[in-house]
Write a protein that binds this ligand. Structure first.
Ligand code: XMP
Ligand code: MG
Length: 172
């Protein structure tokens, strides 16, 4: 496993993002909508870096199955939160082609939020095919598959406190 972003780097950047988000949403009680499962570690750290009032919701989304290439198919299941008139901040682990985010944006906009922004830990801009805006992001990532800090390879490696590049499925 090659370390891409250390736990210390992640911690520092998440605190910076939290500070920025707290300033921007100081009085608006935003709702952070966390995309499961990959964003859960990021959310847990980020929400503790946001001292202003906010709520959280979870949206189960799958687009990758157990593979490491985008299938282009996105499914949303069991989302029953009422976002009408709320200031929504989508929390995503990594934006790759952008198709997942594009689909989710349309879905959430259908709920008539007061505003909708996106916060992604990692941005892989070279893989982008869909022009979605990322309002807050932690780091730019190279166009390779990464794991750790919530992100998986076939459900493995989510527990790693850093973000890394697995050498291969067997040796990583
Ligand atoms: P798209 O291509 O729709 O993909 O932007 C975004 C979703 O795919 C997941 N993804 C990854 N997951 N390592 C992962 O563990 C990666 O390198 C990676 N790239 C994309 C991610 O969950 C995101 O929701
Ligand atoms: Mg994800």
């Amino acid at each position: 496993m090659q370390v891409l972003f250390t736990a210390e780097q992640l911690k520092k950047r998440v605190l910076e993002l939290g500070k920025q988000i707290s300033q921007d949403y100081a009085t608006t009680n935003p709702v952070l909508v966390c995309l499961l499962k990959g964003s859960v570690v990021f959310l847990a750290d980020l929400m503790r870096a946001i001292p202003v009032p906010h709520t959280v919701e979870f949206l189960r989304v799958s687009s990758y199955g157990s593979k490491t290439v985008s299938s282009g198919r996105v499914e949303i299941t069991d989302f029953d939160a009422d976002l009408t008139g709320r200031h929504v901040l989508v929390i995503e682990d990594i934006v790759d082609t952008g198709s997942t985010l594009g689909y989710i944006r349309e879905y959430l906009l259908g709920q008539k939020p007061a505003s909708l922004r996106v916060c992604a830990l990692l941005d892989k801009p070279t893989a982008r095919v869909s022009g979605v805006a990322i309002d807050y992001f932690g780091f730019t990532a190279p166009d390779v598959f990464v794991v750790g800090y919530g992100m998986d390879w076939d459900e493995r490696f989510r527990h790693l406190p850093y973000v890394g590049i697995p050498e291969s499925q067997d040796s990583a």
